[in-house]
Design a protein around this ligand. Sequence first.
Ligand code: 2BA
Length: 109
Amino acid sequence: MRLVIAMIQDQDVNKLLGVLTEHGYFATKLASTGGFLRQGNTTLLVGIDDDKVAEVTGLIKDTCHSRKQLITPMESVGRTMNNYMPNPVEVSVGGATIFVVDVLDFVKV
Ligand code: 2BA
């Protein structure tokens, strides 16, 4: 068994949970925060059989979109400087960051 851990943008969550459920997958949604932007995102946990990894990662890829976001560099590193206002920088966020890990044991009681 494998555990898919997917960090996605909040805007894609409802659609992706619908797609996963339609295809018969169980998922858990966790509220998370990106370490760089310090903004809310969503982490999904999806436990699946080994042979379903390609299908699940494909569904995530098809559903989650990349978006551009403007950030002020000093905000992202948590520093402040008087009278210094750096130009905003554009970063591309998503579609999704996906980890697939082996599951040693899976029990439902
Ligand atoms: P954040 O950490 O808020 O990162 C948002 C976006 O900022 C990233 O998009 C990337 O384009 C940029 N970014 C992040 N760290 C950077 C850095 N050190 N230098 C320059 N640019 C940087 P994505 O790569 O699509 O990541 C979206 C979210 O997925 C991340 O939000 C984070 O919550 C998660 N994530 C991405 N890679 C990860 C990893 N290796 N481990 C754990 N979480 C990760």
